[in-house]
Ligand binder design. Sequence first.
Ligand code: KG4
Ligand code: ZN
Length: 349
Amino acid sequence: MFVLGIESSCDETGVALVEAGASGLPRLAAHALHSQIAMHQAYGGVVPELASRDHIRRVLPLAESVFAQAGQQLSDVDVVAYTRGPGLAGALLVGAGVACALGAALGKPVLGVHHLEGHLLSPFLSADPPEFPFVALLVSGGHTQLMRVDGVGKYELLGETIDDAAGEAFDKSAKLLGLPYPGGPWLAKLAETGDAAAFKLPRPLLHSGDLDFSFAGLKTAVLTQAKKLGDALDSRKSDLAASTQAAIVEVLLKKSIAAIEQTGLNRLVVAGGVGANRSLRDQLDAACARRGVRVHYPELHLCTDNGAMIAMAAAMRLQAGIQQPTERYAFDVKPRWPLASLSAEPEPA
Ligand code: KG4
Ligand code: ZN
């Protein structure tokens, strides 16, 4: 069975083809991606209307490239999957519209996928896939959550951010340092040459005793520090970047370890764009190794948004028999959609 996946929730257009048997892990046949980062950079962030229009331009050429790479054709597709939410409404509508149009034209069913479930299951595309159950640290641009994952569709929320996401903390702090959008990777690069102990920045909720996060105060602290430095900021930017990254990473690390201890599980899966952060990976690897806990990541190029994770999540849901694809091509999207709601009541596509 071939599942075509289309991702268009934010600023990357992703298309992928995954092949799934009755059992065993689905296999990625091909994927193609177009990032809109260069287009949005001039505005310092994502412009939703431009994002939607660019998805329209890119999605079909990307699909053609996927079929060419895989040596397959449109008629080989058995199910068309798309990101149904959460994300930007207009951007989501492009992927949903194209998926449903393709499905209707081919006479094949469609399936709407939760974007975060895509991230969560993306490590199953790696050479070292995890096994259930595990604790998942989901760190994307818009979400920061710790989940207990017992199987496909079995997600229990353990804790989440009460304000900004970790990715937002990276991006907003980077902006204050004059770095381009999206700031996470730029701030991480700058931090490599800085002193992480140079500035004392807050670690919000570090000792709250629960698994929730709060990052909104951090950008204020970075702003205060930048103002205090004034003209000296230019020569201290890498120190401030390193101190900011250290604050974010320490909170993510300590809360992830607390989640491991609380659940008694011995596997951690890290997913979402911030999961590409080298310092986070190094520190999680070291802390987990000391505790005999295995850590799994998606391949680096599949940490940020892509179509492969959407096709994979759809294929795994189909294999697990928890969702049937539909030939009802009237689609909707869910710009806001809590991941844990998938466990409560599996939704029809
Ligand atoms: O998962 P993702 O691609 O998009 C969402 O679903 O939100 O995550 C994007 C986020 C952005 O905030 C970006 O700055 C951050 O991931 N990011 C990083 C790194 N690479 C991407 N943050 C820190 N270090 C990185 N190396
Ligand atoms: Zn994402």
